[in-house]
Design a protein around this ligand. Structure first.
Ligand SMILES: Cc1cc2nc3c(=O)[nH]c(=O)nc-3n(C[C@H](O)[C@H](O)[C@H](O)COP(=O)(O)OP(=O)(O)OC[C@H]3O[C@@H](n4cnc5c(N)ncnc54)[C@H](O)[C@@H]3O)c2cc1C
Length: 257
């Protein structure tokens, strides 16, 4: 079996009690998903018309259609301040992130003459002092007011809005703390240490259970590489594989410790 959902959920929630050796169990429970103090915050907006950034287009003067790229206007200092705010459990001001008009590249995503818009921040407090249930809409409104100073007319054109706080993302994707990287992408969580020592290489400590997804090497993001590499390991093991796969089938994971 190959599990591509969050590895921490797989190892600590989906497996029956006692399935993991004690040492592996302790390591699995310590797989970090909120050590950066930050998570994701997303706003999806439906618009009754089209928006643009005419002021900035004029400033650039190079003819680039700013409706097409992802747009970020926050400074380095604002990003640093946002990380600090997350560590304090406070909503960053501004909530740094970037914007995209999906309809700028694919108009078929909305009725003719209308836009969709999204704003994403990856630096939102994972444990704010005020719970996300009450903070979420206010955070979204503050972000959209900021957005409106760049995208002309966006507030007047808004016909619908979906706000996804870290709590909502956690529920929707079943990832602890709404962590879209599944496991914190810290320096000590790559290669043979992702998701944890003894659980890398896509073979879990449980014979026959393979791990994949963003919590495995080389980490998350829409790249497909964890899935490709995991599939190779499974295919190799199914063919009879080498020493490691024979040991994995036998449940001898001494090599992983
Ligand atoms: C708003 C947002 C914007 C993003 N933007 C980008 C971007 O621009 N570029 C980029 O590279 N990455 C981006 N990411 C990150 C990227 O989407 C994730 O890192 C990536 O999707 C992780 O892939 P995955 O297959 O490992 O896990 P997921 O896409 O999280 O898939 C895991 C699946 O497992 C399912 N699941 C969970 N538990 C169970 C269970 N018990 N049984 C069965 N199924 C289960 C979930 O429902 C989900 O469908 C973004 C993420 C978000 C949320």
């Amino acid at each position: 079996m190959l599990a591509a959902c969050n590895v921490k959920s797989t190892l600590t929630g989906l497996l029956p009690d006692g399935a993991l050796p004690a040492r592996a169990d302790a390591r699995a429970k310590r797989i970090p998903t909120a050590s950066t103090f930050a998570s994701s915050f997303k706003i999806n907006v439906a618009l009754g018309g089209r928006v643009d950034l005419p002021r900035h287009r004029a400033w650039r003067g190079d003819g680039l259609d700013l409706r097409r790229p992802a747009v970020c206007w926050n400074s380095f200092e604002e990003h640093v301040a946002a990380w600090d705010a997350c560590a304090r459990g406070v909503l960053p001001n501004p909530l740094t992130g970037f914007s995209i008009l999906p309809t700028g590249v694919d108009p078929s995503q909305a009725p003719e003459g209308q836009d969709t818009f999204w704003y994403w921040s990856g630096i939102a407090p994972v444990r704010p002092h005020e719970p996300w249930e009450s903070l979420g809409d206010r955070a979204a409104q503050a972000a959209m007011t900021h957005v409106a100073s760049f995208y002309e007319g966006i507030e007047e054109l808004e016909v619908g809005r979906q706000v996804m706080t870290p709590v909502d993302l956690a529920e929707r994707f079943r990832v602890p703390h709404g962590n879209v990287y599944h496991v914190d992408a810290g320096l000590m969580r790559f290669g043979p240490l992702r998701p944890a020592a003894g659980m890398s290489g896509y073979r879990s400590p449980v014979p026959g259970l393979y791990l994949s997804g963003g919590g495995t090497h080389p980490s998350a993001g829409i790249c497909g590489i964890p899935g490709q590499l995991a599939a190779r390991v499974v295919a190799r093991d199914l063919r009879g594989g080498g020493l490691l796969s024979r040991k994995h089938r036998r449940g001898d994971n001494a090599w992983q410790r």
